[in-house]
Ligand binder design. Structure first.
Ligand SMILES: Cc1ncc(COP(=O)(O)O)c(C=O)c1O
Length: 391
């Protein structure tokens, strides 16, 4: 059906300057991958999130898979992952041999906490994946304390939270590995696909380029002629005596040039989304049956605008919004342990009552950056009318 307000898969429009960056790079770049734009983007990205090493990759799923490879899972090793997230947070760890133990969320903030994670730690736990879902940065200081006490590595899935901060640092640069997405849905996108893997430990920075690009590397001796014994070397990425299989997870030069340019605008986009979210939330303050997570600081970028219906009438609300008002709200992040994918591999068991309670009553509003003020107002009026009709 045709919606008046779609749940769009495109998060933002591009400015003329951003479009010109793309056009210029198409005309000038040589090569179209692995060149100076990638280097510049990586440096700018690391600078933006506060240091460390950033590696451009084709998407966040690839970055998650590389973080799983770097951690290195032995049979029966466990990784704790929130049950309420997108599947790409989790299955790369299955691919790399980990057993997933699902952690619950806090009902108010919709993310994991040190307490919900601590409840899942066993002697087999090797790592924790924290997801800053909906664009809200989880309690990283508390989680890093917990991880230090139990000697665990922490991956931050900051796919949705670029630009947010907590405890004085930017999300995605507070754990051992940070994963960012520049997918079409995200607050900034590099033409639909893109991502970044951030690593803290310098031990990893040497091997990530090999892991990202087919094991390509230099020779460790001076060659007399540039073509002998070969144009380039291929070696096995090696970490602490472990061999890691390489991939091709590169991001092209045009995307990298655009990514560097978009970093100039991320704070503005986040601030605009947050201001709009707060306007929307505050205007619905008289409707406690729709419970939002209100955060008026840079800890939340409102990548998504999600609420929980406490009246038990979520599906009636969804139907009225869709079929009477033409507004495509959605219900998202099916608890992963309910999917056949995880059930078929024996990972369908979980004790996550808050996740179940939230998901079964949640509503996610269309909230792309290019939504017009008129559309926002129409969505607000429609929400009020539908809620009143359900009272
Ligand atoms: C929480 C989360 N993790 C991981 C991903 C995967 O990102 P990508 O599409 O860049 O691989 C997404 C994006 O959709 C996401 O929302």
């Amino acid at each position: 059906m045709e919606f008046r307000i779609r749940f769009s898969g495109k998060s933002h429009d591009y400015t003329e300057e951003e479009i010109q960056t793309v056009v210029r790079t198409i005309k000038e770049a040589e090569p179209y991958t692995q060149g100076r734009h990638m280097q510049a983007f990586q440096e700018r990205f690391a600078g933006y999130i506060g240091g460390g090493q950033a590696f451009a990759v084709c998407n966040a799923t690839a970055a998650l898979e590389m973080s799983a490879q770097l951690i290195g899972f032995e049979p029966d090793d466990e990784v704790i992952i929130p049950g309420h997230t997108f599947t790409a947070t989790a299955y790369p760890f299955v691919k790399k041999g980990a057993r997933i133990v699902w952690a619950d969320m806090d009902l108010g903030t919709r993310v994991v906490t040190p307490e919900t994670l601590a409840a899942r730690i066993t002697p087999r736990t090797k790592a924790i994946v924290v997801v800053h879902l909906y664009g809200y940065a989880a309690d990283m200081p508390g989680i890093m304390d917990l991880a230090a006490r139990h000697n665990l590595l922490v991956v931050e899935d900051a796919a949705q939270s670029l630009g947010t901060d907590v405890g004085g640092g930017k999300s995605g640069a507070l754990g051992d590995f940070g994963v960012f997405s520049l997918h079409s849905h995200k607050n900034i996108t590099t033409l639909g696909e893109g991502g970044v893997l951030w690593v803290k430990d310098e031990r990893y920075t040497r091997i990530v380029p090999l892991l990202r690009h087919n094991g390509h590397t230099g020779f460790d001796f001076e060659r007399e002629h540039y073509w002998v014994p070969a144009m380039g070397n291929v070696d096995m990425p090696e970490l602490d005596g472990r061999f890691l299989m390489p991939n091709n997870f590169c991001l092209g030069e045009v995307e990298c040039a655009l990514g560097a340019k978009m970093l100039e605008r991320i704070d503005r986009i986040n601030a605009e989304k947050r201001a709009r979210a707060l306007t929307f939330i505050d205007a619905l303050a008289g409707f406690p049956e729709l419970e939002f997570h209100r955060v008026d600081t840079t800890r939340h970028n409102y990548h998504l605008l999600a609420a929980r219906m406490t009246s038990g009438r979520r599906d009636e609300f969804m139907a009225a919004m869709a079929y009477q008002k033409g507004i495509q709200c959605v219900v998202q992040y099916y608890p992963l342990y309910r999917y056949p994918f995880y059930q078929k591999i024996g990972m369908g068991q979980a004790e996550c009552p808050n996740t179940d309670r939230f998901f079964d009553h949640m509503v996610s509003f269309p909230f792309h950056h290019w939504l017009s003020d008129d559309d926002l107002e129409y969505m607000l009026d429609s929400t009020r009318e539908v809620l009143l009709s359900l009272r």
